[in-house]
Design a protein around this ligand. Sequence first.
Ligand code: DHB
Ligand code: FE
Length: 280
Amino acid sequence: SAQIIGGYFSSHVPGIGGAIARGAQAEPYWKPFFDGYPPVRTWLAQARPDVAIVFYNDHGLNFFLDAMPTFAVGAAAAYPNEDEGWGLPVYKTFQGDPGLSWHIIEELVGSGFDITMCQKMKVDHALSIPFELAYPDVAAWPVKIVPIAINTVQYPLPSPQRCYDLGRAVHRALQSWQDDTRVVVIGSGGLSHQLDGARAGFINADYDRFCLDHLANDPEALLRHSTEEVAAIAGTQGVEIVNWIAARGALGQGPHAEVTRNYHIPISNTAAATLVLTPT
Ligand code: DHB
Ligand code: FE
């Protein structure tokens, strides 16, 4: 069985990559946000994961509106990054773990998730920004990845319940894995934000607090809303919370402790949050 060492949850605003490229981390606008990451780095250095299972959403880099999988699981040996249009640097290529990917895919399809399997897959800022934040200045990423992309873009969107169940199926796959690989589960995106339309800039701090307060030990409280309701409550891009919900499902149902939490409004149009949970 894989050893699930915990979950790391982070917003993925592209502007964060710009701030890193400019060395702006200590500027007043950015400092309260970047201050959330030293505890994440300390925890990762001590927990030493081998593989990260990353629940994220593709923003038009690998998938577009012409063909949009609801759930897509990477099964590649390597995942290159590209900038899908934000003016970001191109980040280091991620190494995959095809054996673990195929094991997860078999468990998912076997339990009724008709996922798309991707032997060739590019990963966008939603995957690279949390890694840039967690592992600044490394020559090569110290963990392999299994990327799992959830559609948060082209309606109809999967429900929070369905995403949680997807995560629970990933948890079962980790439990039946052949060795004791150390796994960190990552949830990327959120919290509340809306990038376009009359409500651009909309943030709902009460809902964000509710999510942060319940994710560790009452994640089912986040499943009572449909994705459309989440868009109304948390903004059209606030639906990225489903990546956090799926990641929480993959951690398993036992109680979890909060290692660190940060919440800062706003970063660009987004309520930015950072969280690490460990099984107790
Ligand atoms: C922003 C947030 C996102 O989640 C994203 O994918 C792109 C932009 C923003 O707030 O600017
Ligand atoms: Fe996003």
